[in-house]
Design a protein around this ligand. Structure first.
Ligand code: FMN
Length: 176
């Protein structure tokens, strides 16, 4: 088995998961900024991770835009975000629909992990976006359950990364 882990991480949580996974698989690991699709040809299993920003898995275009070229590979894509993992409607529908516009290919499995959001570490544009989202959602007269959750999540402040979350992905990558 010849695997590679590629990640794109702004605040470090996706990188942390990528390192944990690569250690378990004893495989190559690269920051996505140093990788292009042609570098993936020599691997059988490709694991891509990115932080969730407005439901978009950061940098996942490396996989989704090259899906035809990668059709014979086993692929795991993981997101890190602050939405609780039991919000399956969010992860199984919204995140998949937004990132895999033509549907989820058979050779791709998606995993979701909790990341971190430390408010005083956020960049100015990110802090402003979170504040604006909270203000907008709070102004709604009858917010839906998802909107209420979003308002709460705007105040999420902490590191929720957990190494124990990786095992299903590691098993999937190891299985022949
Ligand atoms: C502007 C902004 C938008 C975000 N959007 C989402 C989102 O849509 N869903 C989610 O679960 N988390 C969202 N988050 C939380 C990040 O996904 C989370 O902090 C993630 O762990 C960041 O990954 P990184 O540390 O690898 O950059 C957002 C955070 C910011 C600052």
């Amino acid at each position: 088995m010849n695997s590679v882990v590629i990640y794109k991480s702004r605040y470090g949580s996706t990188q942390k998961y990528a390192q944990w996974i690569a250690e378990e698989l004893c495989c190559d690991i690269f920051d996505a900024k140093n990788v292009s699709a042609s570098n993936l040809a020599k691997y059988d299993t490709i694991i891509y991770g990115g932080g969730l920003y407005g439901e978009v898995i950061c940098g996942a275009g490396l996989i989704t835009k090259n899906i035809e070229m990668l059709k014979d590979k086993k692929i795991a894509v993981f997101s890190t975000g602050i939405t609780p993992l039991n919000c399956r409607e969010y992860y199984d529908r919204m995140v998949i629909e937004k990132n895999f516009k033509n549907g989820l290919p058979e050779n791709v499995k998606v995993f979701n992990f909790l990341g971190k959001m430390v408010l005083n570490e956020l960049s100015f544009p990110h802090k402003t976006a979170i504040k604006a989202l909270k203000k907008f959602m709070s102004s709604k007269e009858n917010p839906s359950d998802m909107e209420k959750l979003l308002i709460e999540l705007c105040d999420a402040d902490g590191d929720f990364t957990d190494k124990n979350a990786i095992w299903d992905l590691v098993e999937y990558a190891k299985a022949t």
